[in-house]
Design a protein around this ligand. Structure first.
Ligand code: HEM
Length: 132
């Protein structure tokens, strides 16, 4: 099971980059936000996060002393769902805008997605737990 966990965790890190990368690159831009990547990243994080949770449950099942922190997983899931919804709304609005139109009104949505993804990194690393 270890290689499966390792590969899933690597994809989890790539999904993280798909959200935080566009956020940092377009932090102050006025147009051309890469919401399709943010949306893909949100989807990847939900799928790989749930898979990692399942794999961790299986790993810890044999040890009655250890268990997952379900509150931590729930908080990460809710934040990721908000990222996904925000990215979906922004992506659909962006598609309706003409190529020449200023997209500045969508920037707060990119900020929300980026800030929540960074919050999830902080939670993953700093919130005590057997796994992140
Ligand atoms: C934007 C969303 C997310 C980000 C940025 C993120 C970030 C991270 C990071 C940085 C780690 C590695 C921490 C470490 O090894 O110390 C991690 C691990 C983990 N994440 Fe996420 N995460 C996200 C969403 C989720 C979701 C939605 C879930 C659950 C449904 C989840 C479940 C897990 C689990 C179980 C691990 C531990 C894997 C292991 O060590 O076996 N994550 N996450």
């Amino acid at each position: 099971m270890e290689p499966v966990r390792d590969i899933t965790l690597i994809v989890h890190f790539l999904g993280l980059a798909m959200i935080i990368g566009p956020f940092l690159i377009h932090l102050r831009a006025h147009t051309g936000y890469a919401f399709s990547w943010v949306l893909t990243g949100g989807t990847v994080q939900l799928v790989t996060g749930l898979a990692l949770t399942g794999l961790a449950e299986m790993r810890l099942a044999d040890d009655p002393e250890l268990s997952l922190d379900h509150t931590k997983i729930a908080v990460k899931t809710v934040l990721t769902l908000v990222i996904f919804i925000v990215a979906l709304i922004a992506y659909r609005r962006q598609k309706k805008m003409g190529p020449g139109a200023t997209q500045r009104s969508l920037l707060p949505l990119l900020h929300v997605a980026g800030a929540l993804a960074i919050s999830n990194v902080i939670i993953a690393v700093l919130w005590p737990g057997v796994v992140s």
